[in-house]
Design a protein around this ligand. Structure first.
Ligand SMILES: [Zn+2]
Ligand SMILES: [Zn+2]
Ligand SMILES: [Zn+2]
Ligand SMILES: [Zn+2]
Ligand SMILES: [Zn+2]
Ligand SMILES: [Zn+2]
Length: 239
């Protein structure tokens, strides 16, 4: 098991000296040369990274609560895996989760944002997660039950910052008024079906009307007649 773990994580850029990153290691504060400080550092104790088995300075590592160390490269690799794969989240050693405050100093700005987003999403129970209902977006918006009590009342919404739409935390569809969540769910399902089958909705009452005959005049149950081609209500003629 450990061997598999090591093989997966071993970074490809080991130099001939056996040092990671060609002998230059990025510290948490910036870049730092091993060679430049070799004299002082050679006397310092070195430990083994549990991810890649490289010998590294504890100073440059993440120390887990089980007293195992992860080098910077392994922290970055693991974080990159766990932001994409919920089964790898949270990062653990010896079954103990690593503190995100210990992890984030090793990450660049982009990965840090992804990691923070993963903490929010994966930290929310699956049944309570609200996602943007737009299929092309699907952004995680938050928890349906988190927040002050007023947010748990019917009609609470979360807003997708990408699409600028409000989403109902009850039915997790686009925010709605009037219909309750059950009715809205059915309505959204019908609208999706209508789009697939190219049905049209009446411009007056929004009821969905299926075009069954050859001509483009349609008459809704509300007696509104409209012209499919022009897509708008028309004067009701003597029928
Ligand atoms: Zn490592
Ligand atoms: Zn451990
Ligand atoms: Zn969206
Ligand atoms: Zn709803
Ligand atoms: Zn109608
Ligand atoms: Zn006609």
């Amino acid at each position: 098991m450990l061997n598999l773990f090591v093989a997966k994580l071993r970074p490809p850029n080991l130099s001939s000296t056996g040092m990671p990153h060609g002998g230059i290691a990025k510290s948490r504060q910036g870049t730092r040369s091993y060679r430049g400080t070799q004299f002082k550092r050679s006397s310092m104790i070195r430990i083994e990274c549990v991810g890649c088995c490289d010998t590294v300075l504890p100073l440059d590592c993440l120390q887990a609560s089980c007293d195992h160390y992860f080098c910077e490269g392994c922290v970055v690799t693991l974080a990159g895996i766990c932001v994409k794969d919920e089964s790898s989240f949270p990062m653990k050693c010896c079954k103990q989760p690593l503190k995100s405050s210990d992890v984030t100093p090793f990450l660049d700005q982009n990965l840090r944002m992804l990691y923070a987003a993963a903490c929010l999403e994966f930290g929310t129970p699956a049944g309570e997660r609200v996602y943007c209902p737009q299929p092309k977006c699907s952004a995680f918006l938050g928890s349906a039950v988190a927040g002050p009590r007023s947010h748990q009342l019917a009609g609470a919404t979360l807003t997708c910052q990408n699409c600028r739409i409000a989403v109902c935390t009850g039915c997790k569809e686009e925010a709605h008024s009037g219909e309750d969540c059950e009715e809205n769910k059915e309505m959204q399902a019908t609208r999706k079906l209508a789009e697939e089958r190219n049905w049209k909705s009446c411009p007056k009452c929004r009821a969905i009307v299926e075009k069954t005959e050859g001509c483009n005049h349609m008459v809704c149950r509300c007696t509104e007649e409209f012209l499919l081609q022009m897509w708008g209500p028309m004067e009701t003629k003597n029928m």
